[in-house]
Design a protein around this ligand. Sequence first.
Ligand SMILES: [Zn+2]
Length: 54
Amino acid sequence: MSEIRQFLATKICLVCGKPASFGFGVRLTEGKLGRWYCADHREDQPKTRESAKK
Ligand SMILES: [Zn+2]
């Protein structure tokens, strides 16, 4: 399980690559790492991927 531990220590946002604090679909007991996002891109926000550009 060292791969999961390493992943949790280095998880980043799938959208912008910043450190991620919000995980979705995570089932470590099943080996599922899920999808991770920072506060700006977590999935429970409205779909605003296009507006993420600066
Ligand atoms: Zn992000």
